[in-house]
Ligand binder design. Structure first.
Ligand code: GDP
Ligand code: IMO
Ligand code: MG
Length: 425
């Protein structure tokens, strides 16, 4: 396991479906040997749940490495930060007994601030889209509007928020982003920014120095590749790039420093919010997998949609990201099913022909009809002598053959201790 993390290099752990693959659990597991874990994109639309000896820890903005006292954590310039949420998260985790000293928690001063107006815009846009039947089902955390304001160069970064007099003037300005900054919310917002002051640094330089000192660094992806704003199922996506090629940029790390890229996928699929979902299940099986897998969002509590593992999408993600291996999560949730489905092709429902290549438009996605093949299921994840059950092993091999990379870890439960390593060099 230690070999996954290379001294002086970064290992990127990236979701390869629609988010909630179990990145938090896997990052926490590897972070036992890491010196620094970084968030590089997204914001508090993310939610990672980690279980350690019956205790539940949830993170939204802080990297999951925060559970390990030897490990520093960093939030890069590519992240959109709601100061109120981050402040609460730091206080909540402190109360849970974790060390959140500014010496080990680093936030880039260039990170974009999510303002009250962004959250209001997010909800308003969703409502309007909903009226015409086009809602995305965003988390309502203001993520899209904050990234849009950054592209427009209208929004203050955390550094500006802490510049004396800046926010007071901004609140009085004509900017539409000043909406919602009433005297009361402004003072709450400024208080949260002041709380974050000791944590703000030039994180790009810090990462540079740590890597030069031989640190084992990790990048913790948020969301999953199918929600990438360029390579996902546009427009039903989030607002940031989150594939491997864009990750180092979110923390100011040269791409040549990334030494290992690991995709994370569940043994089945889930999706929160609207948009295409080949292999989606409906009915009793959907309900039972949702219950067994506790598939309710860590951020919004919404029910996650459930489907079979989509090998077409997984292979595409492996290619676009350049995964060197895959971590397969939640294999235990499918225990007891006689057969387990996998999507092996997309058919065009308009022509009945197999689709060649990745669907290009939302309309093309609407006509995707998945071809589902079935594999024998497994009663339990472990067989004799704590090796993988035979049917599960066959399922894993099928995945490896399909995507052309090894599965290095199979997670067999939510606890940190539940899982098996394989194919390690
Ligand atoms: P993330 O957003 O990718 O970090 O994933 P989430 O934390 O939002 O969702 C994954 C959920 O599955 C969490 O509740 C985890 O505790 C849980 N989990 C992770 N791995 C496993 C596993 O192998 N088996 C089971 N049963 N639960 C798991
Ligand atoms: P983690 O890191 C699952 C989804 C939302 C919505 C779309 C756009 O826990 O895997 P946004 O608020 O980002 O504008 O919403 O993206 N979404 C996620 N789904 N897990 C996440 O993060 C997600 N972050 C955003 O449900 O469909
Ligand atoms: Mg999640």
């Amino acid at each position: 396991m230690r070999s996954m993390l290379i001294p002086g290099k970064a290992t990127a752990i990236l979701g390869s479906q629609f988010g909630d693959e179990g990145k938090g659990k896997f990052v926490d597991l590897l972070a036992q040997d890491a010196d620094l874990v970084c968030r590089v994109q997204g914001g508090n639309n993310a939610g990672h749940t980690i279980w350690v000896e019956g205790r539940k820890v949830v993170t939204h903005l802080l990297p999951s490495g925060v559970l390990h006292p030897q490990c520093e954590v960093a939030i890069g310039a590519g992240v959109v930060v709601d100061p109120l949420v981050l402040c609460d998260e730091i206080l909540r985790l402190k109360e849970q007994g974790f060390d959140l000293a500014p010496e080990r928690v680093h936030i880039d001063f260039r990170a974009t601030a999510i303002l009250p107006a962004h959250k209001a815009q997010d909800l308003k846009r969703e409502f309007e889209r909903g009226q015409s039947g086009n809602a995305i089902g965003t988390t309502g955390r203001g993520i899209g509007p904050a990234y849009a304001s950054r592209a427009q160069r209208d929004v203050p970064r955390l550094a500006e928020c802490l510049t004396p007099g800046f926010l007071e003037n901004f609140a009085q300005s004509e900017s539409p982003l000043a909406e919602g900054l009433t005297p009361e919310t402004l003072s709450e917002f400024m208080e949260a920014c002041q709380f974050l002051r000791p944590y703000l640094k030039d994180v790009a330089m810090l990462v540079h120095n740590r890597l030069n000192d031989g640190a084992r660094v990790m990048i913790e992806g948020a969301q999953g590749g199918l929600l990438d704003v360029s390579y996902g199922t546009y427009p039903f996506v989030t607002s940031s790039n989150l594939i491997a090629g864009s990750c180092p940029g979110g923390i100011g790390m040269p791409p040549t420093r990334v030494g290992n890229i690991i995709g994370v996928a569940k043994a089945y699929s889930t999706r929160v919010g609207h948009g295409p979902f080949p292999g989606e299940l409906k009915g009793a099986l959907e309900e039972s997998i949702r219950e067994r897998g506790h598939e309710f969002g860590s951020t919004t509590g919404r029910s996650r949609r459930i489907g079979w593992l989509d090998l077409v999408a997984l292979r595409y993600m492996a290619q676009v990201n350049g995964y060197q291996s895959l971590a397969l999560m939640k294999s235990d949730v499918l225990c007891g099913l006689e057969h387990v489905g996998v999507v092996t092709a997309y058919k065009d429902s308009r022509t009945g022909q197999l689709m060649q290549g990745w669907p290009m438009t939302a309309v093309a996605w609407e006509s995707v009809e998945p071809v589902v093949e079935f594999e024998p299921g497994w009663e339990r994840v472990l067989g004799v002598k704590n090796t993988l059950d035979e049917s599960l092993e066959r399922f894993v091999k099928r995945i490896e053959d399909w995507i052309g990379i090894p599965v290095s870890y199979i997670s067999t439960g939510a606890e940190r201790s539940e899982g098996l390593w394989r194919n390690l060099r």
